[in-house]
Design a protein around this ligand. Structure first.
Ligand code: COA
Length: 153
């Protein structure tokens, strides 16, 4: 498995994984935007095919309480193709992400995850994210989310 930066030619496969992975998938335009955005890390895991992806963005004004004036990162998206799950693809993407973002010196990285998504919550706990709070009705269809944070420095 290779982990590398995503480019436009990867987006068809990325978008297929997105649609198959989430009840409320991002639109394709979001992915196009993040390919070209500054202060963003958009990585994919590849074998012959795209296995999965992760997108993270640096935020200079954080929405995390007590971190407002500090560099924090937002883990915006992570998914692995159904047929490639449970092979440490997400773990490899996260490991590489934390190496890549080191240059930004973020004090923390946060994310929102559906409370019902125990698989992803387990993954993030394993990577030392902590549940900070619950965001009621975070999703359009009404599901609650956890705000999870990993302090880095
Ligand atoms: C969550 C997701 C990205 C995990 O990807 P993955 O490549 O299968 O994960 P890994 O193989 O690296 O697993 C790492 C850890 O995650 C947890 N985990 C992964 N799959 C799990 C499952 N089916 N049940 C419980 N825990 C699970 C475990 O702690 C696992 O460690 P272990 O294998 O030592 O037990 C994948 O299931 C996915 O794409 N789901 C749909 C999209 C999604 O929920 N994205 C996250 C949104 S916030």
């Amino acid at each position: 498995m290779i982990i590398r930066r995503a480019d436009k030619s990867d987006l068809n496969k990325v978008y297929l994984i997105e649609k198959d992975s989430f009840q409320e998938p991002w639109s394709r335009r979001f992915f196009e935007y993040f390919i070209d955005s500054d202060n963003t890390v958009f990585l994919i895991a590849v074998e012959e095919d795209v296995l999965g992806y992760i997108i993270w963005q640096l935020e200079s004004t954080s929405k995390l309480k007590n971190f407002e004036d500090l560099n924090t990162g937002h883990l915006l998206n992570l998914a692995v193709g159904r047929e490639h799950r449970r092979r440490k693809v997400a773990s490899s993407l996260l490991e590489r992400l934390f190496m890549e973002i080191d240059k930004y010196k973020p004090v923390a990285t946060y994310l929102e995850v559906a409370c019902s998504n125990q698989t992803a919550v387990n993954l993030y706990l394993k990577f030392n994210f902590q549940i900070l709070s619950l965001i009621p009705k975070y999703y359009r269809l009404g599901g609650d989310a956890y705000l999870m944070v990993k302090v880095l420095f």
